[in-house]
Write a protein that binds this ligand. Sequence first.
Ligand code: CP
Ligand code: NVA
Length: 307
Amino acid sequence: MTLRHFLRDDDLSPQEQTEILDLAARFKTDRLADRSLEGRSIAVIFEKNSTRTRLSFEVGIHQLGGQPIVVDGRMMQLGREETIEDTSRVLSRYVDAVVWRTFAQARIEAMAGVSAVPVVNALTDEFHPCQVLADLQTVRERHGDLPGRTLTYLGDGANNMAHSLLIGGVTAGMHVRVGAPEGFAPAPWVLEAAGKRAAETGGSVRVHHDARSAVDGADVLVTDSWTSMGQENDGKDRVSPFRPFQINTELLAATGVDTSVLHCLPAHRGWEVTDEVLDGPASAVFDEAENRLHAQKALLAWLVQRS
Ligand code: CP
Ligand code: NVA
């Protein structure tokens, strides 16, 4: 048995990602099919707000027969300068896995570095890999097999969703494009990691600063808030450069193909996406939100069986 963590999308090999997506599809048809967490407890800790992640992990752990312990990280001693490492060592004595939503990726790496149990990234500033498992499950449901499909992410190319879609999408063999304003391109080290993975799977990565060319022929359009949690006062103009990247009826039609629209939610209606698109037939956002439950259950069942 080797201890496995899920801190970023390439912590799963392409084959492992497929196994988890297959399991997630199975769990969707039979919610109580698996009791892998019987007798186990899982800490689910939040240092930022959450609706979907909190609820889907709590319900999912319960459905797998386990005990979810949901904690506000700001109320832990972690919020009063106890080190991440000491916190992690203590958690490992109580629980069978730790799910954490925090700020810098370095924090969750520090947690995992000394943990004796699997650590799962429930969103950091750099990555949101659980969301992308649900997104891939949703794309499969709408479009079938993932390899060779084109997914375009529009908005802040440097945020956690853009980064996770890049690495997670190419892991699935997809062609991933990012359409972002100048100054909001993905981090170079993420593009490098995604490019490396794409070379193994036949996927590809491209960055566009023109929304029209980014969406041309795309099977899936994805967007996210232009201002992520923690960026509210970063001094950047997070509105005007983004306006051409809004998913509206016109940009959706510009794909020229049958396209689905995803958004991890919460949506800022009228900003990154219009009501018409979000509530229209192309939108898969509520299936996507539901799939958080199934994909995370599959991930947890898979991780604890290996640890
Ligand atoms: N998509 C997502 O992670 O939503 P929450 O912030 O509500 O958990
Ligand atoms: N990029 C967003 C995702 C929210 C689920 C954020 O970090 O706030």
